[in-house]
Design a protein around this ligand. Structure first.
Ligand code: PEP
Length: 237
């Protein structure tokens, strides 16, 4: 099970350091079957050794160069970061990253051996058209993406569920995940308004290999509770 936290544009460097310190002391040693990832804001990236692996929410697909406002691989290397989110809906819809940009970024970080959490998700108008339309939309987000990549993790995050407090029904998650799992063998996370109160039922779904949590992870106690839940589920299996 993979339990990942996306801090988005929250938590300063100092707060991130405190969070990680507290999280490590709460979790102790993590069994191999639960993996923890933390994605802080860019200016809060930290060289961290521990059970939680720190990754980046974004980076420009370049070693370094004339890309004002961006960071490149050299900046990630400084902190030993080898994990990245690609295709997050906020980057697709707010920063207007196109599928072509996203595929280029994916390839660039794949060639450098990064773990890639590749995010996909449909808007509400597509969800309302049913499963077939949803899958067609999601398939278009796989254009140019190597689904065979060994360090790939996919996160299904319906756009309308992100930060809204709304989640699909468990049946809806299960049917989308089941269909997606016929397309690749990479672990498949669910993301979108996961919180302590719904994390267990979501993680217990057979087709869910973990969760990507945004605002629900900002309190370290809550994120720790979700890690504990993942451990319990793994121990039952
Ligand atoms: C996310 O940003 O990846 C996310 C799932 O956000 P939230 O949990 O806040 O909906």
């Amino acid at each position: 099970m993979i339990v990942a936290a996306n801090f988005k544009t929250n938590l300063t460097r100092i707060e991130t350091g405190e969070y990680l310190g507290e999280l490590e002391s709460l979790v102790g040693k993590i069994e191999e079957n639960v993996q923890v990832r933390i994605f802080p804001a860019t200016s809060s990236l930290i060289a961290h050794r521990g059970e939680a692996v720190v990754g980046t929410q974004n980076a420009y697909p370049a070693q370094s160069g004339a890309f004002t406002g961006e960071i490149g691989v050299v900046h990630l290397e400084e902190f030993g970061i080898k994990s990245i989110l690609v295709g997050h809906s906020e980057r697709r819809h707010i920063m207007h990253e196109s599928q072509v940009d996203i595929a280029k970024k994916f390839d660039f970080f794949k060639e450098r051996g990064f773990e890639i959490i590749y995010c996909i998700g449909e808007p509400l108008r597509t969800k309302e058209q049913g499963l077939e339309a949803t899958l067609e939309y999601l398939d278009a987000q796989f254009e140019g993406i190597d689904l065979e990549y060994g360090r790939l993790i996919v996160a299904y995050e319906p756009v309308w569920a992100i930060g809204s407090g709304l989640t699909p029904t468990l049946e809806e998650i299960e049917s989308v995940h089941k269909a997606l799992k016929t397309r690749f063998s990479a672990p498949l996370l669910y993301g979108g308004s996961v919180k302590v109160s719904n994390a267990r039922e979501i993680m217990e779904l057979p087709s869910v290999d973990g969760v990507l949590v945004g605002s629900g992870a900002l309190r370290v106690e809550d994120f720790f509770t979700m890690i504990q839940t993942a451990r319990e589920i793994e121990n039952q299996n």
